[in-house]
Design a protein. Structure first.
Length: 230
């Protein structure tokens, strides 16, 4: 997992991964694109244990290599990543994946959602927008295409990327934590930092699910803020 978050003037963001086992298949990363841009990356590999962890590690290395060497555009890069995963992994393994590229100057967010839980965008006016899938999962199909979508963010908006270990955490009665509880927790954290929001939501979700954490729990919280004073 990333050891630091690249400095972005108008984005207060942080991530956390709490694994259900010694090794897990969830993955998040922050990639410095230069020129005031950052990529928020989050993925969930099918399966559990060492095979999922190895596939996750390979995906992380692949993403970092592509960004270091430059990219033509997000769609082209993701087609290359899918082809590599398809050719190098067993048929039963695949990855749900989000890549969201934020530009500091324009507050524009370009994203690709490969069959993952739609990120939640809680707008400053209290409305909720979901960033729905723009492609199917990675690594399952040789013929694969994706669409790159774009959304404008405003100061006061909160973007939340999460894996199903958050929303599918279940209590003793089998009731799942769900998106509505997640949205309620986000509303209650208005005005908090990204780190404070992460700590609050992970605590609530883990307490709801009890001692038996069935799946990895991974979150990225990003608050759009006024530019920091230098």
């Amino acid at each position: 997992m990333p050891q630091r978050a690249p400095a972005i003037q108008t984005l207060d963001y942080a991530g956390v991964c709490i694994q259900a086992r010694a090794v897990g298949g969830d993955y998040y990363d922050f990639l410095d694109l230069g020129s005031g841009s950052v990529a928020l990356v989050l993925g969930d590999v099918s399966g559990k244990g060492m095979p999922a962890a190895l596939l996750m590690a390979g995906l992380q290395a692949t993403m970092r290599t592509h960004f270091r060497t430059g990219l033509d555009d997000l769609a082209t890069m993701m087609r290359r990543v899918n082809r590599l995963l398809y050719e190098s992994t067993a048929p039963q393994h695949f990855v749900t994946f989000i890549l969201a590229e934020y530009d500091d100057a324009s507050h524009r967010l370009q994203y690709v959602n490969c069959g993952h839980n739609p990120p939640i965008l809680l707008k400053v006016d209290g409305t909720v927008q979901r960033l729905s899938a723009t492609a199917c999962v990675l690594g399952a199909f040789q013929q694969w295409e994706c669409t790159v979508e774009e959304v404008a963010l405003e100061v006061g908006d909160t973007l939340t990327l999460f894996t199903d270990g958050v929303t599918e955490a279940a209590n003793n009665e089998g009731e799942e934590f769900g998106e509505e509880r997640l949205i309620l927790a986000l509303r209650e954290q208005r005005g908090s930092t990204s780190t404070e929001t992460l700590e609050s939501i992970t605590r609530i979700a883990l307490e709801f699910g009890g001692r038996d954490q069935a799946d990895d729990l991974t979150l990225i919280i990003a608050h759009v803020v006024e530019p920091r004073q230098s």
